[in-house]
Write a protein that binds this ligand. Structure first.
Ligand SMILES: [Zn+2]
Ligand SMILES: [Zn+2]
Length: 369
């Protein structure tokens, strides 16, 4: 049994990357180790000893790109957490858990009408729970949303931290898309940190044909073993050519080219523009990725196509046990896409992933304070 600590050790974002307004000079962000007292746990709260926390693009957005956190720095970033309960409600002590990336308030109108994943009063570690985040030794969290891992089925607990965000976000996206067995699906960004799970999730839920679109031919080749039935590389192709390749795929496989569900996972302008070009009659475009780009589109096409464009955010905590089961039963493979590193590599790891843009594996940082 792990001990109840007196302090929490954290890698705090003391300052995000900023730019000098006059000289346009970049002032690099700063991460520093800090030690803070364990707070008094409120009714319904427990202290989780963190086994691992995944590095998400959202963290890099806060650190490098000026996306503001709700709680002002200094704070620990990180919202993809798995760990063990070490203090608080005795009924919870010793349980291994996944901490959902967004925890709804359970009181507001959105929560009461089944839309709690987009609750406006939701709490997100490493963003809106004060100073607390996943790049730390411990975190206090409410028990109501925790997803219990009763049998790890051979996984290390830290590997399962990706269930907290990267694997659950696609499941919520499928719910938003009303994905049904037999649906045909296109995934733009099928090889990225969330895209690899998007493809496996739609396949596990019974999608008929899954086309993965991305740049890197090697990663696309790998995607064929993980949910994709066909892949299209975008390298050196304009959208017209790519749309043509998709139409040819439909023709040669005897598939209708109407009613396709398109998941856009990159959040980039190129990806979003392509998604809009692929959207056709009674189709659905689901925006899973986030970016700051603006696109131009003839909105009346939606009317003429009887089509839909839908956003999706986070995942309801009530879906976590379903997604965890899909991972534990290997319907969704996570091992090839997760790399565990010591948490003390945080600064170098942030730098590396920021530069790489789309790393081959999700990095999970394991506390080594
Ligand atoms: Zn995230
Ligand atoms: Zn709410």
């Amino acid at each position: 049994m792990a001990e109840v600590p007196k302090t929490i050790k954290q890698w705090q974002m003391v300052q995000p990357t900023t730019f000098n307004k006059e000289t346009k000079e970049k002032i690099p962000g700063k991460l520093e180790m800090a030690e803070i007292p364990v707070p008094e746990l409120k009714e319904g709260e427990v202290l989780v000893e963190i086994a691992g926390c995944g590095v998400c693009h959202t963290d890099l957005g806060y650190f490098f790109d000026g996306v503001p956190t709700v709680s002002k720095p200094p704070l620990a970033l990180g919202h993809e957490i798995a760990g063990t309960v070490v203090a608080g409600d005795p009924a919870w002590i010793g349980k291994e858990v996944i901490v959902p990336a967004v925890m709804p308030c359970r009181k507001c109108i959105l929560c009461k009408t089944g839309r709690g994943n987009r609750c406006l009063a939701q709490k997100m570690p490493g963003n809106s729970i004060g100073v607390y985040g996943g790049f730390a030794s411990h975190i206090p969290v409410p028990t109501i949303d925790l997803c219990v891992v009763s049998d790890k089925k051979g996984f290390a607990l830290e590997q399962l931290s990706v269930v907290a965000d990267a694997v659950t976000t696609p499941y919520q996206a499928c719910k938003r898309a009303d994905l049904q067995p037999g649906d045909n699906v296109i995934i733009i960004g099928a090889t990225g940190g969330v895209g690899v799970y998007m493809a496996q999730t739609v396949k596990a839920l019974g999608a008929k044909s899954v086309i993965g679109i991305a740049r890197n031919p090697e990663k696309l080749q790998r995607a064929l073993n993980y949910g994709c039935d066909a892949v299209i590389s975008t390298i050196d192709k304009d959208n017209k050519t790519i749309v043509g390749e998709w139409r040819n795929f439909c023709k040669s496989n005897g598939l209708d080219n109407t009613g396709w569900k398109i998941f856009e996972v990159t959040g980039t302008k190129a990806g979003q523009d392509l998604a809009l070009d692929l959207l056709s009659f009674v189709g659905k475009l689901i925006l899973v990725g986030f970016g700051m780009a603006k696109s131009e589109y003839m909105f009346s096409k939606l009317m003429a196509f009887d089509a839909e464009v839908i956003g999706t955010w986070g995942c309801l905590p009530e879906y976590y046990p379903i997604v965890l089961d899909m991972v534990l039963s290997r319907k969704i493979q996570i091992e090839p896409f997760v790399e565990v590193r010591p948490m003390s590599t945080i600064a170098a790891t942030f730098e590396e992933i920021h530069k790489a843009g789309s790393p081959a594996k999700r990095v999970v940082l394991k506390p080594d304070f």
